[in-house]
Design a protein around this ligand. Structure first.
Ligand code: SF4
Length: 340
């Protein structure tokens, strides 16, 4: 697992739908971002100045992010205007990077040159799935091959590349989600986000759901699959920078159905932590150890206990905590379980 203590400060700007000629079945950018109008260069400059005046940890970098819509699908002059508003802060060293998200089929040499010219450091590609059937059923309008091509183009240019995956899309299965994650690992992303598929108002998916043609995954199934994907990415040391959508009033108001939980990422981490603790105890008992001390970071107490003490109660019910002393230590690294 990756400690996020040194994660950059991200100042996000949402570009709702303006750069996107598509309508993926699940997408309601206005609902997710809670912002109905495109941001202007003047607003960007003002927001950056405000952010720089706030007290912050100067060991952490500051980055500007353009999310929502498909940035590189915007008119080139508008892209220049938006990126140009950040440029003075990049040149002065007050902002250390720009990241943005886009579709895999909205990238070519000209667009990539523009990103390089303005100091973009990371491009996140909306991959969602690498199963052709899922992409088609979700109205993505691009193929898995276009995802590979986008990664190659960006990597060859020296830009860092992130990948966004979704689980539980129309036509998706556990196997297809896991295979998509494996396929993404092959493309060597610099970071990954994983989102559950939610049914939002005013989307084609809402119509499918109401007609009984789409059944969202349960929260439990989604957590289990995303936890497996996180394990696979951790194994390759690929940072998972988000699991689940950012909780917010506008998001909450716009969800009709689906595996939503305001602390979705915590649920996934908590499941992984439970497995780690159980494995460590299994190995200790298997090697004949008596009077076991389980040592955990004091910052992992809530992960150990789980939501509504679920992990703790499961360990207890399974007899795993018999004769075990649980110690929360200030020196034990986070997410690491030791047995003494
Ligand atoms: S490509 Fe992105 S912005 Fe466009 S409809 Fe699909 S999810 Fe929404």
């Amino acid at each position: 697992m990756v400690d996020s203590n040194f994660a950059p400060y991200i100042l996000p700007f949402f570009i709702p739908h303006v750069g996107c000629p598509h309508q993926c079945v699940f997408c309601n950018q206005h609902g997710i971002a809670g912002v109905g109008q495109a941001v202007t260069p003047a607003q960007i400059s003002q927001e950056i100045k405000k952010m720089l005046q706030r007290p912050r940890d100067h060991n952490r970098t500051v980055q500007v992010a353009f999310y929502g819509g498909s940035f590189t699908g915007l008119d080139l002059s508008y892209q220049r205007n938006l990126l140009g508003a950040v440029s003075p802060f990049i040149r002065s060293g007050q902002v250390q990077g720009i990241r943005l998200s886009t579709r895999p089929d909205c990238l070519d040499g000209e667009r990539i040159s523009l990103l390089l010219e303005y100091g973009v450091s990371l491009v996140e590609i909306g991959v969602q799935s690498l199963a052709g059937e899922v992409l088609q059923a979700s109205g993505r309008g691009h193929s898995p091959e276009q995802v590979s091509r986008a990664f190659s183009l960006l990597k060859e240019s020296g830009l860092r590349v992130g990948g966004q995956l979704m689980v539980g899309l129309p036509g998706d299965t556990r196997r297809r989600s896991i295979d998509s994650c494996l396929g993404l690992i092959v493309l060597k992303p610099d970071c990954v986000r994983i989102y559950p598929t939610l049914v939002m108002v005013q989307t084609p998916l809402a119509d499918l759901y109401q007609a009984g043609l789409f059944k969202p995954w349960s929260l439990t199934k989604t957590v289990v699959v995303v936890a497996r994907m996180k394990e696979m990415l951790d194994h390759e040391s690929i940072p998972v920078i988000r699991m689940g959508l950012q909780a917010g009033e506008s998001l909450h108001e716009n969800i009709i159905a689906g595996p939503y939980h305001p602390a979705f990422g915590e649920l996934v981490l908590s499941r992984l932590f439970f497995k780690q603790v159980r494995r460590a105890l299994f190995e200790a008992v298997g090697s004949g150890k008596k009077g076991v001390r389980l040592i955990l970071s004091f910052r992992d107490q809530s992960l150990f206990m789980g939501l509504k003490k679920e992990n703790y109660l499961r360990l207890q019910a399974g007899g795993w905590l018999q004769d075990v002393e649980v110690c929360f230590s200030e020196t034990q690294p986070r997410f690491k379980v030791a047995v003494a």
